[in-house]
Unconditional design. Structure first.
Ligand code: BGC
Length: 740
């Protein structure tokens, strides 16, 4: 702590000294960025340059105290601002002002299918980050949902490149509007956690360009991201934090990225490679095999003294270092060296943002006989069952773990909402993980329960028989082996014997609602026996309020699945024909993992093999009904070749939102193409009886596939179909058009 204080004092006094003389060009915010950098770069010594490109603590790099350039602070990300840890340790710094608003996880954000909500999320998070003095948030994550076993899917935006691209760009813009850099992660192909440092991904270029890169490209080109984080794993036998093809050729070459490539923590492994292959800032955790707490750990980073030595020996050029420093200075000009908003923390507005994301992201998967919403006139005795109804979920899961100012639990949310209207009872039902601690942040909950599964099931079923409606709140949690970093799920099935409990509850009471809390799909063998199913995600601070509002019908559900909910794990291409995990090489600890399914990820695979999902990509119900009519294709102009138009009417009795989805089929393709691909969507809010025309543009890019031989996107002339509807398995309107 002493070190931080001294650095701050130095920076402040230098700033005063500088402003007393004539303002140097680099401090003049009215000048173009590059001119400011041209002025600043030559003022730096070699040591200062080297210091700028690697960490000085767990989450900071030093700036240049001599010139008054402040320390640069990063922090996780992506669901709220992580609590402050010690300078050199993962344990808590013990701050008392670092409790934040925990926003819903990114899978929930993706499920809103509402880019303006993503923008609002970014702005609110940026305001929290500013208030906490952070200059970069380590997020958002946009690795594609390739397998439901990936422990980190909850931090990402689903299986579809188009959806993820549309959602990530506004998040980045919103965050950066506050003068806080996004750090889009983990670039790229980090699609599972098992052996994440040692897995070498093998895939064809078509899959790379069509599936795994578009969201990153959108974050860079549409969102204007100022930083990107390399992934831990390997591609073409080279670690992705210093991967020539990915960082130099694609990111900085093809996409023209002018920002900073940050290593994932401890993701750098080699100085010459890191120098040559595009890494600009090294962060980490005891890299280079250093033992914990070595006094000069940061000096030994790959981009620290080892780099300086190579420079002094004339083995690498100063120009390459200057190029990295230029990028870092650009990042600082955009953040710490610019006038920016001061931010705010835990404001009512931020909680409203959290509630809106949750309200629009919760997905009503099934609702037979309109069991939901709960009607207190009919449902006088309500039984809530399940550990996730009482377990705090903002703590845990890895680096996105938070210290929330408050977290409203599902049971409490329902009790508050139903106070005076109905009786709410609770039964535990199962014991999952009663602990709650991450890096020294503890939930303070005592969830220990020594009863046997049989006893817990018997109690829950006895109570269920007396109730008018039963709300089971279960699913996964953020413990290792569930939805958590650094491990994958061991199985597609629900853990802790929950299937047995749910089946017993379904027999005890026909009015059973299952609320599944997770960032991943889970196997639901009881799906047909349960009348109502809600996908609740990890909703953060406002979990209980948001869930209660949906279950009670205060908010009308409008979330849509951002991934296919497979009936069985084998229905997923990665498991049917792809490889997961990789296979270990005989002679070294590298696992080769081949994405043999290629572009056939998610619904693209299900369409190809003619299998139905339990719940399709894009599926999500409402308490009202919508019809789509009068589809029409009209010619566009400029970049827009055509516009697909359709009339949407709210034919039910409640106001609500529907997401009109456009998928394109290339009928005359000369190459293998997916049966259909999402290429547009729009969320519309309609009063009962109201009709609106939704118009979705179709561009040449929307018709294109990536030709790996020619290394370019091609739209082939011929016939196409625009399919419009409200889910990937419900596309009633089909309109043919031609590209000449
Ligand atoms: C994670 C990153 C995270 C970083 C810093 C790494 O282990 O993979 O997502 O931003 O740690 O906490």
């Amino acid at each position: 702590m002493k070190r931080i204080f001294l650095a701050a004092v130095c920076a402040a006094s230098m700033m005063m000294a500088v402003s007393a003389a004539t303002t140097p060009a680099w401090l003049d915010e009215s000048l173009p960025l590059e001119q400011r950098i041209d002025d600043l770069l030559p003022r730096l010594t070699l040591d200062e340059k080297i210091a700028l490109i690697h960490a000085q603590s767990k989450f900071s790099s030093p700036g240049v105290a001599r010139l008054g350039i402040p320390t640069f602070w990063t922090d996780d990300g992506p669901h709220g601002v992580r609590p402050d840890v010690l300078w050199d340790q993962w344990e808590q710094a013990g701050a008392t002002n670092d409790s934040c608003v925990a926003f819903p996880a990114l899978t929930c954000l993706a499920a809103t299918w509402n880019p303006s909500v993503a923008h609002r999320y970014g702005v609110s998070l940026g305001e929290e980050a500013r208030y906490r003095g952070k200059d970069m948030i380590l997020g958002p994550g946009v690795n594609i949902y390739r397998t439901p076993l990936n422990g980190r899917n909850f931090e990402y935006m689903g299986e579809d490149p188009y959806l993820a691209a549309q959602m990530v760009a506004p998040y980045v813009k919103g965050l950066q509007s506050q003068g806080v850099s996004a750090c889009v992660k983990h670039f790229a192909l980090n699609n599972n956690e098992f052996e994440r440092h040692n897995t070498n991904i093998i895939l064809d270029d078509r899959a790379l360009y069509e599936i795994y890169l578009p969201a990153f490209k959108a974050a860079v080109q549409q969102g204007g991201a100022w930083a990107i984080m390399g992934a831990y794993n390997l591609y073409q036998n080279q670690h992705l934090c210093h991967n020539k093809r990915m960082l130099c050729d694609i990111l900085k070459g093809e996409w023209g990225f002018d920002g900073v490539v940050v290593s994932d923590w401890g993701g750098a492994h080699d100085t010459p490679e890191a120098i040559a292959n595009g890494l600009d800032m090294e962060f980490g955790t005891w890299t280079n095999g250093l033992s914990e707490g070595a006094r000069n750990a940061y000096d030994n980073y790959y981009l620290a003294l080892p780099y300086k030595k190579l420079l002094q020996e004339g083995k690498v050029s100063m120009a390459t270092l200057d190029e990295k420093v230029r990028r870092v200075l650009r990042l600082m000009m955009r953040t710490t060296l610019t006038t920016r908003p001061r931010g705010s923390m835990c404001s009512d507005e931020h909680y409203q943002t959290a509630r809106q994301v949750a309200a629009e992201g919760i997905v009503l998967l099934k609702n037979d006989k309109n069991l939901l919403p709960i009607n207190p006139a009919k449902h006088r005795r309500i039984l809530v069952v399940g550990e996730n109804a009482i377990k705090m979920m903002t703590v845990g899961g890895g680096s996105s773990s938070l210290k929330a100012q408050h977290e409203i639990l599902p049971l409490d949310g329902l009790k508050t909402r139903l106070a005076g209207l109905a009786e709410v009872d609770y039964a535990r039902g199962y014991v999952g993980d009663p602990t709650g601690e991450y890096n020294g942040v503890t939930t303070g909950q005592s969830l220990k329960d020594d009863r046997t599964p049989d006893q817990l099931i018997a109690e829950a079923c006895d109570k269920a028989r007396q109730a008018d409606i039963v709300v089971f709140v279960g699913g996964l949690n953020k413990s290792l082996g569930q939805d958590a970093e650094d491990s994958d799920r061991q199985s597609y099935a629900l853990p802790y014997d929950q299937n047995r409990l749910i089946e017993a509850l379904a027999k005890a009471n026909k009015n059973l609602v299952v609320v599944n809390i997770s960032g991943n799909a889970v196997e639901m063998p009881w799906r047909k026996q349960v009348p109502a199913i809600v996908q609740g995600w990890f909703l953060g601070s406002e979990t209980g309020t948001a869930l209660a509002r949906i279950l009670m019908g205060d908010d009308n559900p409008s979330g849509k699945l951002p991934f296919s909910w497979y009936e069985k794990l084998e229905d997923c291409g990665a498991h049917a024909i792809g490889q997961y995990p990789g296979t270990k090489r005989a002679d070294e600890n590298i696992w080769d993992e081949e994405y043999r399914e290629g572009i056939y990820v998610g619904y693209r695979w299900l369409d190809k093999v003619k299998r139905k999902a339990a719940f399709a990509f894009g599926h999500g119900m409402s308490y009202t009904t919508f019809t789509l009519k009068q589809g029409q294709i009209t010619p566009g102009n400029g970049d827009v070749l055509y516009t697909a138009n359709v009339q949407v009417t709210n034919t039910g009795k409640r106001a609500g939102s529907e997401v009109v989805q456009l998928y394109i089929t290339d009928i005359d393709a000369s190459v293998d193409r997916p049966e259909k691909e999402l290429k547009g969507f729009q969320k519309v809010f309609l009063q009962p009886g109201e009709t609106r025309v939704v118009s979705i543009p179709i561009t040449r890019q929307d018709l294109s596939y990536y030709n790996a031989v020619q290394q370019r996107w091609i739209a082939e002339p011929g016939e196409f179909i625009a399919r419009l509807g409200t889910a990937s398995d419900n596309l009633p309107i089909q309109l043919k058009f031609r590209l000449d």
